[in-house]
Design a protein around this ligand. Structure first.
Ligand SMILES: Cc1cc2nc3c(=O)[nH]c(=O)nc-3n(C[C@H](O)[C@H](O)[C@H](O)COP(=O)(O)O)c2cc1C
Length: 357
């Protein structure tokens, strides 16, 4: 499986739907993982799950994340999604959401290693005959005193996972505090399969620092891509050249957002599309001059057409005073962000990623 680069879009339920994944891939991401799909068969025909399992027109490779607690159900969910186009199955052992954790799924599985491994083994056994690799996304552990990511990742590798992503927080942390990268570096040092570093990567400088600190094979970016999907090409450019890319033209951002909106409405339909698009528009404008006022005014609009006209008008006016996008501009590279003893990942890492399949 050839990946264009080592920059991944993080799975984010309610955010990284197909239109958003496609947008990120167009703007420099080499790989994207879908929002999690439940292993509960009775929910597969729900509108929400069937939208998530729809990959029409999506650029390969198509990676689908599944969440659940029962090994056999998880294997069935894997096959169901492979039948609908999944080329990689990702196991969710990283999500701290109550809805998931109350049933011992998501990151709660890290506290139950025997069950976590039975899930890995059963899903790998179901996917191997179809030549579909199984990957794993996890946190560093349950809490600061119980960081078992290395042990679980090693066992999962022995059970056949093809790649491991680690979000540098414990389950107990949720999204609070800062991500730490020592545990990710330890997982990387312990495994032969590719390891992906995730957590708080929000600039090209931070991306380089995390790559160097962890020696990871790839980086995964989540929240920083909300409203700023071109962060992937900014990071890619910086990693390739050592130079920061200029901010995009405001009119280019406007065109990307308007195309994203059309794709979004196409997936969700008029009413749900208009409502769920509000968050994407809000993220895009939040740091702009006049952005907060625009966001509030836009939130009372009731049709897709009105939404598109408002966005078009706001960004066209912005472009007159700001030909280049005036928010979220690349930060200068902080010296301390680059201070590290770890080498930049090598060509051997690139090779491991290429061999993911
Ligand atoms: C709104 C939201 C939804 C998320 N949904 C998922 C999910 O479905 N599966 C998963 O493994 N992680 C999920 N995550 C966690 C992210 O994939 C990622 O690990 C986390 O946000 C840390 O990366 P970041 O600092 O780059 O955002 C979600 C995060 C957010 C903010």
């Amino acid at each position: 499986m050839e990946l264009p680069n080592r920059l991944f879009v993080a799975p984010m339920a309610g955010v990284t739907d197909r239109p958003f994944r496609m947008l990120c891939k167009r703007l420099g991401a080499g790989y994207a993982v879908s929002e999690m799909v439940t292993s509960k068969r009775e929910l597969w025909s729900s509108l929400k799950t069937s939208r998530r399992a729809n990959h029409d027109g999506e650029t390969a490779p198509i990676a689908v994340q599944i969440a659940g607690v029962d090994p056999v159900e998880m294997a069935e969910a894997a096959r169901y999604n492979i039948d609908r186009g999944a080329q990689v199955i990702d196991l969710n052992m990283g999500c701290p959401a109550k809805k998931v954790c109350n049933v011992w799924a998501g990151s709660a599985l890290m506290s139950n290693e025997p069950l976590a491994l039975r899930i890995v083994e059963t899903v790998v056994a179901a996917c191997a005959p179809l030549s579909v690799p199984v990957t794993l996304k996890m946190r560093t552990g349950r809490c600061a005193s119980d960081r078992n990511a290395v042990a679980l990742a090693r066992a999962a590798e022995s059970a056949g996972v093809a790649m491991v992503t680690v979000h540098g927080r414990t389950r107990e942390q949720g999204y609070t505090g800062l991500a730490e990268y020592d545990t990710i570096a330890a997982v990387k040092a312990a495994l032969r399969v590719p390891v992906v570093a995730n957590g708080d990567i929000d600039s090209p400088a931070k991306a380089l620092a995390v790559l160097r600190h962890t020696g990871a094979d790839a980086l995964m970016v989540g929240r920083a891509a909300q409203g700023r999907p071109w962060i992937f090409r900014e990071i890619a450019h910086f990693l390739e050249t050592g130079h920061l890319l200029a901010p995009p033209a405001t009119l280019d951002v406007s065109a990307w957002l308007l195309e994203h909106l059309q794709d979004h409405y196409g997936l969700y339909g008029e009413l749900a599309g208009m409502r769920t698009a509000r968050k994407h528009i809000g993220w895009a404008v939040r740091d702009l001059p006049g952005g907060e006022g625009f966001r509030q005014a836009m939130n009372v609009l009731e049709t897709c057409e009105a939404q598109v006209q408002a966005v078009d008008g706001f960004l066209s006016r912005l472009a007159q005073d700001h030909p280049l996008w005036p928010a979220g501009v690349n930060q200068p590279v902080a010296d301390e962000a680059l201070t590290t003893t770890q080498p930049v990942p090598s060509a051997a890492n690139d090779e491991r990623l290429r061999q993911l399949a």
